[in-house]
Write a new protein. Structure first.
Length: 135
């Protein structure tokens, strides 16, 4: 537990600077700021669909280390589907390459009910709720 707290102390905060609200298109760009990230840290936007499945998304992310900003494209539902459904999203940071690979695979293969438990996964909460509309 002390190791997990130490890992968490090394990172953050990571914030969302353009919270989406109301309705969103299928694809939106989420932007934010960060401090104290290491070169191997990866920022993910996690989208939760109406049935509760979690989809970590980070590719292709853009991190501007000198400005302390980041952006990630987020996908809300399937092309032409999920209109009117409610989604939530939040930010996590992966601090380990194997975990980053696992999160990328989860995001591309149908999501999960819960994210992997790891001291290398730091959540920044602040869930936002949106409703999907056609693009």
């Amino acid at each position: 537990a002390a190791f997990a707290r130490l890992q968490q102390a090394w990172v953050g905060p990571v914030t969302i600077t353009n919270p989406l609200s109301g309705t969103v298109r299928q694809t939106e760009t989420i932007r934010g700021t960060f401090s104290n990230l290491r070169p191997d840290d990866t920022i993910f936007v996690v989208v939760r669909n109406a049935s509760g499945r979690l989809y970590p998304q980070s590719f292709p992310s853009t991190i501007a280390t000198t400005a302390g900003t980041w952006q990630v494209p987020a996908f809300f539902g399937d092309p032409g589907g999920n209109v009117g459904e409610t989604f939530q999203y939040f930010v996590v940071v992966s601090r380990e390459a194997a975990l980053t690979n696992q999160l990328n695979a989860i995001g591309q293969t149908g999501g999960v009910a819960t994210l992997p438990s790891s001291p290398y996964l730091v959540s920044f909460g602040g869930q936002q709720m949106v409703i999907a509309v056609r693009q």
